[in-house]
Design a protein around this ligand. Sequence first.
Ligand code: ADE
Length: 245
Amino acid sequence: MSFAATILTLYPEMFPGPLGVSLAGRALAEGRWSCEPIQIRDFATDRHRSVDDTPAGGGAGMVMRADVLGRAVDHAIAKQPEAPLLAMTPRGAPLTQARVRALAAGPGVTILCGRFEGMDERLFEARPIEPVSIGDYVLSGGEMGALTLLDACIRLLPGVMGAASSGDDESFETGLLEYPHYTRPVEWEGRTIPEVLRSGDHAAIEAWRKARAETDTRLRRPDLWERHEGARVQSPSGARQKKER
Ligand code: ADE
């Protein structure tokens, strides 16, 4: 069974785009996933095929119309009713590796890509749409977010990455950033690979990697570290215990 990606967009020519090369491109050619961009404008009904209008209450920019998006979404739902329906928007919940894993394990995904100032909010009330953000910054549209989400899913599909994708050590899988990597040459610009990694002592290597994953997470991602520490001090009964300092 192949992972079916349906993308509702004003720019269908953006797909598969970068996902047509390298790992994802090969997987696409092998039929491990499929990519069907759908032009939202095809669901406009007026002479000008308009998909947007001015914002109620005033303000800058334009808003995507609920009636047009509703028809586009209904078309996608009818085509693949079992696929989760996502909308890319900076107002969405942040995408996580856990959500990516869950999506990759399913039949595929339908992704609605916003443009302009946003989408009419009534769409989210009237249809089972999960708003998703890829980070706390604003893109010019949801397409790059959709490509990012799909890339994260595709690399996890069976047969796409081989052994490397089992990735229990990967960043975020453990709630921590991954430890740093090194390869030959052993010396570069006067810098050497940490001795322990050349020792062949697997227990020592594992301990070093765990320590570096923890230090780097604490320094670079205090938010992740807090959550990790919070989970660690949680008692089996669920009550929070005071952290030892
Ligand atoms: N569209 C615009 N900005 C976005 C973001 N940060 N995530 C997902 N979709 C977006």
